[in-house]
Design a binder for this molecule. Structure first.
Ligand code: CTP
Length: 413
């Protein structure tokens, strides 16, 4: 890619203490060749493997490794606030643990806490370490925080061992970085609106009717869409916010009525709508304006049906818009979901059998069938992030069938 295509994008290249740190020199050189401004940041132990002088010579500015010894009085905020992306290659198991824990005990981790830019980590370690549950959990935490991972490859490792854990090739790492800088994922330029979580329908000022939805699948969908380059709006009932991201806006709602209003506004310009939220089907007709007490006797709670948000969105679907519904079922999931897809008029209905072990509510895993008009695709029990990507794969295919679909931004290549 020519330098003129990515003017003055700034990348912090983090290098941690792995044998494959020597490959980061190639990453640095290739990024600079592509016209990227590279600020190398080495952890102190990385310099046991590679020299700062090499990175200073090949990078766009002198390599740094200390919170205290450089020319800037606060180097981590200077780096973190100015960058467009941080890539860490290689990322050791120790680094992943410290980053996932939110530590800031060296210049690299402090910079990562001080940045709002997208982050890419490229793990490299021995197979046993790569497969260790603590490494898997730390990576899963980072993926939930919208950190992109360039997974290691398989082949010769240090000390004559062979297996999974080799740092990805410099060309592959650079391709991911340039792709993210140019927002060129397969959803780049698309606007995606995702709803998540269970709605809460108030009975009185302290009580509500709700359901067991955790919002995890919806948030995983929003993260995956961000990783794939989309502009994402997340309409969610979950109070723990997703980490800030330049292409993410979050709308917090509680009730079905609030979700209906927010989805109505946000979906007007959307290319993709994903209703992953568990909308309460019924709400109390009357909401007491003071706490109901036992002195009032057993309340007669009369319920009414909530608006069907998905149906309303389908009714005013704009040309080319792809609409996805979710169905959590316990009885005859496939039969019910097929009928629901047809009656609601959505492009895809993603169904899970929430009575199966490890599936749906409260879990980090899910097993679904994605039902389209002309095909069905089963996704076996997997991390919710993987399920999200499987759903978005189908969405991308549907968008591709509609070549004339409007674009949110014209910057994807
Ligand atoms: N949905 C919605 N508004 C509602 C209820 C559901 O938008 N009031 C959406 C959900 O977000 C989901 C899809 O419709 O994407 C299917 O939800 P589900 O509860 O399975 O469908 P219902 O029509 O409520 O059918 P059921 O009677 O089986 O609950």
């Amino acid at each position: 890619m020519a330098a003129s295509e990515i003017p003055a994008k700034r990348v912090v290249l983090g290098v941690t203490a792995g044998i494959s740190a020597y490959k980061a020199i190639e990453v640095c050189r290739r990024l600079v060749d592509a016209g990227v401004h590279v600020a190398p940041v080495l952890t102190p132990d990385a310099m046991r493997f590679v020299g700062a002088a090499t990175f200073s010579a090949l990078g766009s500015e002198p390599a740094q490794s200390s919170l205290f010894e450089g020319s800037s009085p606060i180097p981590h905020t200077a780096l973190g606030q100015a960058d467009d992306l941080v890539v860490v290659a290689p990322a050791t198991a120790d680094f992943l643990a410290r980053y996932a824990a939110g530590m800031a005990n060296d210049l690299l981790t402090a910079t990562l806490l001080a940045t709002r830019a997208p982050v890419v980590v490229c793990p490299a370690m021995h197979t046993e370490m790569w497969e260790h549950p603590s490494v898997r959990e730390n990576l899963a935490t980072l993926v939930r925080r919208v950190v992109a991972v360039v997974p290691p490859g398989e082949g010769p490792l240090a000390a004559g061992d062979v297996g999974v854990g080799r740092l990805a090739g410099p060309a592959d790492i650079v391709a991911v970085v340039l792709g993210m800088l140019g927002s060129s994922g397969d959803l780049a330029g698309r606007r995606v609106v995702v709803s998540a979580g269970g709605t809460r329908e108030p009975l009185d000022p302290v009580r509500h009717l709700s359901n067991r939805s955790s919002g995890k699948q919806g948030h995983a969908l929003a993260s995956a869409a961000l990783r794939r380059g989309a502009e994402v709006t997340l309409v969610t009932t979950v109070s723990t916010p997703m980490p800030a991201h330049p292409r993410l806006s979050v709308v917090r709602v509680d009730t079905a009525a609030e979700m209906e209003a927010a989805m109505g506004i946000e979906s007007e310009k959307a290319d993709v709508i994903v209703m992953a939220a568990a909308v309460a089907d019924f709400r109390p007709v009357k909401v007491a304006n003071r706490k109901l007490t036992k002195d009032d006797g057993i309340p007669d709670i009369v319920l009414e049906q909530t608006p069907d948000i998905l149906r309303a969105l389908v009714a005013r679907r704009r040309p080319g818009q792809v609409i996805v519904g979710f169905a959590a079922e316990t009885d005859e999931p496939l039969r019910r979901a097929r009928a629901k897809r047809a009656s609601k008029g959505v492009d895809l209905m993603v169904v899970n059998d929430v009575s199966a072990p490890g599936v749906g509510f409260d879990h980090d895993t899910n097993a679904v069938t994605i039902i389209a008009q002309d095909a069905e695709h089963e996704v076996p029990l997997s991390a919710k992030e993987a399920v999200a990507d499987a759903v978005l794969d189908e969405v991308v295919e549907l968008l591709g069938r509609d070549q004339g679909a409007p674009r949110a931004r014209g910057e994807d290549s």
